[in-house]
Design a protein around this ligand. Sequence first.
Ligand code: DX5
Ligand code: ZN
Length: 228
Amino acid sequence: MSLVISPSILSADFAQLGHEVERAESATADWIHVDVMDGHYVPNLTIGAPVVRSLSKIAKIPLDVHLMITDPDRYLEDFAEAGATYITVHVEAATHLQRTLSHIRKLGKKAGVALNPATPPDSLAYVIDDVDLVLVMTVNPGFGGQKFINEVVPKITTIREMFERAGKKDLHISVDGGINAETAKIVTAAGANVLVAGSYIYSASNIDDAIKSLRAAEQPRPNAKIPR
Ligand code: DX5
Ligand code: ZN
């Protein structure tokens, strides 16, 4: 899997979001990560489908929409129509996960599942054919700028191996929270191929250098049975 850099606009300047997306694009970002928070599932409020719709008009790269909301089914159509490419729901918030994922695909979008740091990967085994992306949270969701939780790292490898055993070599494994040039080494060695980074990219004095440093940090996965 080739490495994907997905800057999180949560740490961007919300007064100039269009410009912030363009800055990431000219610094060779692959996707734009959009954090949607409802004040219920996580203790923070951010943006909804209207902002995604406006961003989709100017973004040249895919919008990677991370729904940190309860009852995500209510809003899937809104985010699909707004122009999301990936729609990721939290496993802890989806009552009928397989139904939700197949709904996302029926809307013509890529289906993602996010797991909080303390959530085991077991339920993924029952939706292996329905998922395009697994988002492994490496902080508790809700805020940018938090500290990377090391204990989550083995879960990345477990998920990569689970999907490889099922012949799903093209699964995207995304990591979100506390990603910088140091933690990027750890998570890519564990099997992640999508790096979501908010504060590391948008607080950098030079956005090009920040993204380059994430690409340079990529490590091969030791003892991988199937080459990546
Ligand atoms: C946290 C969000 C993240 C956040 C990451 O709940 O899902 O996408 O923007 O921010 P950093 O990279 O600063 O940890
Ligand atoms: Zn996120």
